[in-house]
Design a protein around this ligand. Structure first.
Ligand code: UDP
Length: 405
């Protein structure tokens, strides 16, 4: 499988991956998260697991099960960690622990390296067997201003991990001896990101009755208030006073996000009466559809107020599109302001930058090209696999010594 990336991904990453895999061959690598569909974590795992398997690593992906009450609590935790004021009771924390206890009985937790993604399954570390492999907590969320009570509660689990990984250095907690920074990534050859023909794009857009006769502004996101879909509509309305265009907001449900439906209704109500706003609730795994929308778009927004990383930004940049992003979380890693896109801090700022792109096709094209190269060098899946394997190798063989590969 690695051969498919030659000529697309940086060669140095491929060489390091091959070297590390020859050392880690036949060893087991377990990932656990809370949903198989929806959101960036599932997106990456779907692609990373077969890649690792093709290199001789025994990679597995398990998903914890929970009921509505559990996911309501974990979504509240997510919101509190991203800065919302949410009240928690001891019963809520206790229920979070108990659901994980139940999952621990049903799951096979044995592996040489275990990655636990995000807070939902973090208590599983309590059920780690003595002498088992290394355990690592992989945090994908924006921890720039987290709620203290939730942090204090989760700390009791974090202390039991061997190491942690954050997407950007700003989120690191100074909790453990081993804290690593690994930004997420996109897969250039997946259905989501591979090249499409004009016919494929047109056919998919026709299925959704989206016209191609005017510039299209697009945001692809779960319907989540932190992604500011209403702010996107407000920015589009300002633009619409000057430039004729359409707006597409595309999202799909995630099983671990119970608020999606409510936010979708808010957005639909806010957009009502404007035939040029297209709000799409796509089924999970609509990868080709998202790809076609991103390729058909004239300008792509990710106007997040809080953001772990924002894979949609790299997805858009890989397609050579001009991107405007909220200056939150991992978005400024991807958008170098004025070089690979624009960072914005307000609705008016977003509207201003959309108009700048719409009115300057040559600048738009140049920025799009630079964005694609920036993603090639920094945010492809091969770089992330290189980083994960390096960390694993270090934890397993290298503590305290300089390594020779
Ligand atoms: N996504 C999708 N369909 C949608 C909305 C989002 O496939 O309708 C994908 C999107 O293309 C990206 C991921 O879900 O790959 C979202 O990751 P991101 O890091 O942007 O945000 P998260 O949802 O993890 O907060």
């Amino acid at each position: 499988m690695i051969e498919l990336y030659r000529g697309i991904a940086p060669e140095g990453d491929l060489v390091i991956i091959e070297r590390l895999c020859s050392r880690l061959r036949d060893r087991s690598f377990l990932h656990i998260n809370s949903t198989r569909a929806g959101g960036g974590v599932a997106e990456i795992l779907h692609r990373m697991i077969p890649f690792l398997q093709s290199l001789g690593i025994k990679a597995r992906w398990e998903v914890i099960k929970g009921d509505d009450r559990f996911f309501d609590i974990t979504k509240k935790m997510h919101n509190a960690l991203q800065g919302n004021d949410v009240r928690f009771t001891d019963e809520m924390f206790q229920y979070h622990y108990e659901v994980n206890q139940r999952n621990a009985r049903e799951l096979d937790l044995e592996a040489d390296m275990v990655f636990i993604h995000d807070p939902q399954p973090s208590p599983l570390v309590e059920f780690r067997k003595k002498g088992s492999g290394k355990w690592l907590w992989r945090c994908h969320i924006d921890l720039s201003v987290p709620s203290k009570p939730v942090c204090d509660y989760l700390m009791r689990y974090y202390k039991k991990y061997d190491a942690s990984i954050f997407s950007i250095s700003k989120f690191a907690r100074g909790l453990k001896r081993f804290e690593f920074i690994v930004p997420p990534s996109i897969d250039p050859i997946s259905e989501k990101n591979r090249d499409l023909t004009e016919e494929e794009i047109e056919r998919i857009l026709q299925n959704y009755n989206i016209p191609l006769d005017r510039p299209m502004i697009l945001q692809v996101s779960r319907f989540d208030r932190f992604k500011d879909p209403v702010g996107v509509i407000k920015a589009y309305r300002i633009v619409k006073n000057y430039n004729d265009c359409i707006l597409v907001l595309a999202g799909s449900p995630a099983t671990d996000d119970p608020e999606g439906e409510e936010v979708l209704k808010e957005v639909q109500a806010y957009a009502e009466g404007d035939p040029d706003i297209y709000i799409l609730m796509l089924p999970p795994n609509s990868n080709l559809e998202i790809n076609a929308l991103q390729r058909a778009a004239t300008v792509i927004l990710q106007k997040s107020i809080k953001e772990g990383f924002g894979l949609t930004v790299s997805e858009a940049m890989w397609k050579g599109k001009p991107v405007i992003g909220g200056a939150a979380g991992g978005i400024p890693l991807q958008i170098i302001h004025g070089i690979t896109g624009f960072l914005v801090y307000s609705i008016e700022g977003a509207a201003f930058r959309i108009r700048q792109f719409l009115n300057n096709p040559e600048m738009t094209r140049r920025m799009g090209e630079r964005g694609r190269e920036h993603v090639r060098n920094n945010f492809l899946i091969t770089r992330q696999i290189r980083d994960y394997l390096s960390i694993w190798y270090y934890l397993e063989f290298g503590e305290g010594r300089i390594l020779e590969l």
